[in-house]
Design a protein around this ligand. Structure first.
Ligand code: SAH
Ligand code: SF4
Ligand code: F3S
Length: 475
């Protein structure tokens, strides 16, 4: 049973004290920091906190590694590919450190929470001065201070570095600083961790137990985002549908959605991710009745085979998933539906893979994120026999991708000739379609229009489409 651990105001104050000390230390000249982020939106959100801490410690921010006095890498452990990229890029920092021995290299995030990774960093990555797991983010200033002290006062090289990633179920920390990018779109983390233990997934092992922020804290943050003029707010959690469990109150996720939707302001409300096992009619009704809520749901199916879903510990089968989709579409006829799929789970047969393909053809997703299964040390699936070769999985994967792309292109073609309300979120390099925008359902639109529209809602006439995007002009 998870016992809620909240960071106290006194603990936070102590961290602010470390910020002061670091500021004093850096006062001789301007110092710059760069934060590089891998992985999901939760990690993007954590990087905002990291940037907030760094700024409170007296650093300015830069995108240029050549200028940086500190480089922090916020890592993802979800698939091997992500980990290999991190190891490659961190290894490459050796060159930078050779040029600038004062450079501080910090590695944080989900990878660091794994003992195997800590070992590898210790043995093979002397370039790393500080490694810290996701549960240590709230005390980053203290860790940075101690890293600085060690670099100065310890003689033995091995003692100069700090690896902080104790096993932990996780904490809830309010009041941390946060440096958000831009002023248009904002992440709003409503919970942390995951208790679902899908058999392939490392997330519950590195992110700790599921814990929700209190509704009053979430609502206060949402109000301040709306007041600051944010136009697009995405609520984040590994499974937002179980928001509120363990808080003992009466605010569940549908209720939270309604309350945030009642906050005055002109913004679109989104959320990620919903586990299909508890996506209910109550949720879809709240979406339909909350005017600001995007009619989009990311509902990761993972597989179309009930046997594989059972082996994945997903707590639904093919029929129940299809029923959920049908119910959602009956309540929200214009629903944009996206998903994640894993190809080649250990023991998956070709016939089972074909069930995934047929489910995709039946559901017709607007967009899909497809992955080849990647074994994660310590997860139950990694211990299962996995007889299908990588080459064969790749063939299945390519078939799935072909199907996904064809359906996305067909779905996008249905927009042509229509006029949609979009939020313009940036400029592009294409002079013919100089703006990028999103429909309320989250589809990407390349638009011709006045750059003054950035940060505003506008109507867009859709004139063309592709697999990946819609094209049009502001009207
Ligand atoms: N909490 C979210 C998913 C987080 S991970 C949810 O449950 O929907 C994002 C996606 O990565 C998952 O949906 C899954 O499709 C994929 N994934 C997770 N572990 C994986 C693994 N070991 N190999 C391949 N893909 C994986
Ligand atoms: Fe991983 Fe499953 Fe939790 Fe998603 S719900 S983070 S896939 S364990
Ligand atoms: Fe990756 Fe951690 Fe997110 S493992 S997907 S960054 S929760």
């Amino acid at each position: 049973m998870y016992e809620r651990k909240e960071i106290t105001p006194a603990q936070l104050e102590e961290q602010r004290g470390y910020c002061e000390r670091i500021r004093d230390r850096l006062a001789d000249r301007p110092h710059l920091a760069l934060v590089e982020t891998y992985g999901c939106q939760q990690n993007e959100s954590d990087s905002e906190i990291l940037r907030g801490w760094l700024m409170d410690c007296g650093y300015g921010l830069t995108d240029d590694p050549g200028q940086a006095d500190l480089i922090a890498v916020n890592t993802c452990a979800v698939r091997e590919h992500a980990e290999l990229r991190v190891f490659g890029n961190v290894g490459a920092l050796n060159h930078r450190k050779a040029k600038n021995p004062d450079l501080i290299v910090a590695v944080g995030g989900c990878m660091v929470q794994q003992a195997v990774v800590q070992e590898r960093l210790r043995k093979s990555f002397p370039v790393v001065d500080l490694a810290f797991g996701p549960h240590e983010l709230w005390r980053f200033p203290e860790l940075l201070w101690r890293t600085m002290e060690r670099r100065e006062h310890r003689n033995r090289k091995s003692q100069r570095r700090l690896i902080a990633a104790q096993p932990s179920d996780g904490v809830v920390a309010e009041g941390l600083p946060r440096q958000r990018d831009g002023g248009i779109k904002a992440w709003l983390s409503i919970m942390n961790g995951c208790d679902n233990f899908c058999t392939y997934c490392i997330v519950p092992h590195v992110r700790g137990r599921e814990r929700s922020r209190r509704p009053e804290d979430v609502l206060a943050e949402a109000r301040s985002l709306a007041a600051a003029g944010y136009k697009d707010i995405t609520l984040l959690g590994q499974n937002v549908n179980s928001y509120g469990k363990g808080l003992g109150g009466d605010v569940d996720f549908p209720e939270l959605l309604r309350r945030i939707g009642d906050i005055p302001g002109d913004f679109v409300l989104r959320f990620m991710t919903s586990h299909p096992k508890d996506a209910t009619e109550k949720l879809f009704r709240a979406m339909a009745e909350t005017e600001k809520c995007a009619h989009h749901i990311h509902l990761p199916v993972q597989s179309g085979s009930s046997r594989v879903l059972r082996a994945m510990n997903r707590h639904y089968d093919r029929e129940k998933y299809l029923d959920t989709v049908a119910m959602a579409r009956s309540i929200l006829p214009d629903l944009v539906l996206t998903t994640d799929i894993i190809v080649g789970f250990p023991g998956e047969t070709e016939a089972e893979f074909e069930e995934t393909l047929s489910l995709v053809e039946q559901v017709r997703y607007d967009a899909m994120f497809t992955f080849i299964y990647s074994p994660r040390t310590g997860t139950p699936a990694a211990a299962l026999p996995d007889p299908v070769s990588r080459a064969e999985k790749q063939v299945w994967f390519d078939r799935l991708l072909e199907s996904a792309n064809r359906i996305s292109a067909e779905k996008h073609a249905e927009y042509v000739g229509k006029t949609c309300r979009v939020l313009v979120d940036g400029v592009t390099n294409d002079p013919a379609r100089n703006l990028s925008a999103r429909t309320k359902g989250g589809r990407l639109v390349h638009l011709a229009g006045d750059p003054a529209l950035v940060g505003q809602f506008t109507d867009a006439e859709i004139t063309d489409s592709s697999t990946w995007a819609l094209f049009g002009k502001a009207v």
